[in-house]
Write a protein that binds this ligand. Structure first.
Ligand code: NAD
Length: 461
């Protein structure tokens, strides 16, 4: 299935389940109820606005390009639109709509007072010079400046963009809007430019925290229940107290490398990262990989892992070199997906051996594969729950920019974990009703929150 219809479909399924539950929005009965739910469905499954523009970019070689770029504003019932800008050659309108919808759902689930938006520019950033990327970033802001702003729509980094691009973009926003507040116009900025401490690590830390909280707190507190339920996940969850839990991680960028380091340094769970992968290779070591050495290597090699025996021995890293996709099929307890969309699909799901999967990336498992995994007793902690750390700390960055008061790194992580714990305390106990419906529970929960707000805004009649 194409990502395009995925989250719109999710909203529809959640609303159908809620329509039957007469205790939800009890004031609406019979035909009024049908109409109110139809109204909710149309509001939440379609974006408020889609803007497309062609950026005019003069290249250093004298040529001029017209590059397609998008900003999708899905819904702002909860607050200003919020979501990253992706620089990638495969960006297309449907994908941006889908990711903007996910942002609306994710922010509402975690009670972050933002709506959902997303942007994209159809380029491979590796093919452009720094000067050209600067022009592309500035032109993006010029072309979309009417709809962006600290109280309207606040972009952040996504695949292919980072602090550097956010700094350039905020600089351009400030030039276009002299004398107006600007610090909250973009998040994910560098620290000297008003960025928050801990923003870079936030998503990876949050991803690992959802795993840690599930195993160290939730399973431990409910051990008897797990003993009575014999499935692939329950067995692993109980076994882990006797032996280290093995982890494989697909993607060793911002999210994957930080999640790996969290595992490496974790005092709560006995874990070892036995495999990591990136766009070139999988590295495997059954005794556990030296994550610090790998991070050191990637920071000096444009983010890439070592791909040759020579590179490994030169840096004293012990690992077997395997094919890029192998990480997905290793016999590990946990698989963290932190690379791209649609990595586990109908054609490869049968080869997956992990007992638990955490979605660090957005949408790395297709709907069909997700159903199969739950039938097989594999627990999936979904993207909407697991990878919200970035947007939560973006919210703290936005707040700090407004107040011009800055938090310490310790304060940021403590606030991040508190917020994610509140969500997990709402969602994890629903595990007992249907262990493998965590994702659906998250969707129903967030659609309920959004529907209540829309009802109170008078949008249902
Ligand atoms: P990144 O660009 O820093 O890292 C991506 C990693 O994936 C790199 O190691 C790259 O080599 C690897 N990769 C690329 N193609 C691959 C392939 N075909 N197979 C295996 N690995 C491949 O990106 P990131 O910021 O770490 O984001 C990773 C995912 O997490 C994306 O889907 C992103 O949308 C999602 N996400 C990121 C954040 C954030 O704050 N960075 C927040 C929420 C969600």
């Amino acid at each position: 299935m194409k990502l395009a219809s995925k989250y719109g479909e999710v909203v529809q399924e959640s609303l159908h389940a809620l329509l039957e539950d007469q205790s939800f929005l009890p004031n609406f009965k019979d035909e009024d109820r049908e109409n109110a739910f139809k109204s909710l469905e149309s509001i939440l499954s379609t974006p408020n606005q889609i803007q497309k523009s062609f950026l005019r970019v003069p290249l250093e070689n004298g040529k001029i390009l017209r590059i397609p770029a998008f900003r999708v504003q899905h819904n702002n019932a909860v607050g200003p639109y919020k979501g990253g800008i992706r620089f990638h050659e495969t960006v297309e309108e449907d994908e941006v709509i889908n990711l903007a919808t996910l942002m609306t759902l994710k922010n509402a689930l975690h009670d972050v007072p933002f709506g959902g938006g997303k942007g994209g520019v159809v380029i491979n950033p590796r093919e452009f010079s720094e000067k050209e990327l600067h022009t592309i970033s500035k032109t993006y802001v010029q072309n979309f400046c009417d709809i962006l702003g600290p109280d309207k729509d606040i972009p952040a980094p996504d695949v292919g963009t980072g602090e550097r691009e956010m700094d350039w973009m905020m600089g351009e926003y400030k030039t276009i809007h002299p004398g107006r507040p600007y610090r909250g116009s973009f998040t994910g900025k560098s620290q000297v430019n008003g960025g928050s401490l801990g923003r870079r690590e936030a998503t990876g830390k949050g991803v690992y925290y959802t795993l840690r909280y599930m195993l160290h707190n939730f399973v431990k507190e409910n051990e008897e229940w797990f003993k009575r339920n014999d499935n692939r996940f329950a067995k692993t969850a109980l076994e882990h107290s006797d032996r280290p839990l093995t982890i494989g991680i697909q993607g060793f960028g911002n999210v994957g490398s930080v999640a790996a380091l969290e595992s490496y340094n974790c005092n709560y769970l006995d874990t070892k990262v036995v495999a990591v992968s990136d766009r070139n290779v999988t590295l495997y070591n059954g005794d556990g990989l030296d994550i610090k050495a790998l991070i050191e290597f990637t920071s000096n090699h444009k983010g890439d892992l070592p791909t040759t025996e020579e590179a490994l021995s030169e840096h004293e890293i012990k690992a077997d070199i395997q094919e890029r996709e192998d990480v997905l099929y290793l016999d590990t307890d946990v698989l963290i997906l932190a690379a791209l969309e649609d990595q586990i699909h109908e054609n490869n799901v049968d080869q997956v051996k992990a007992r638990m999967i955490v979605e660090g990336a957005n949408g790395p498992i297709t709907l069909g594969a997700d159903r199969k995994l739950s039938e097989d007793g594999v627990l999936v902690i979904p993207d909407i729950l697991a990878n919200a750390g970035g947007v939560i700390v973006s919210y703290f960055e936005w707040l700090q920019g407004r107040e011009t008061q800055f938090y310490s790194e310790e304060e940021v992580f403590s606030l991040l974990f508190k917020k994610m714990k509140e969500t997990m305390d709402e969602i994890y106990p629903q595990f007992f009703n249907d262990p493998f419906a965590l994702r659906q529970n998250c969707y129903i929960h967030t659609v309920m929150k959004l529907s209540n707000i829309l009802y109170r805004h008078g949008k249902l009649y």
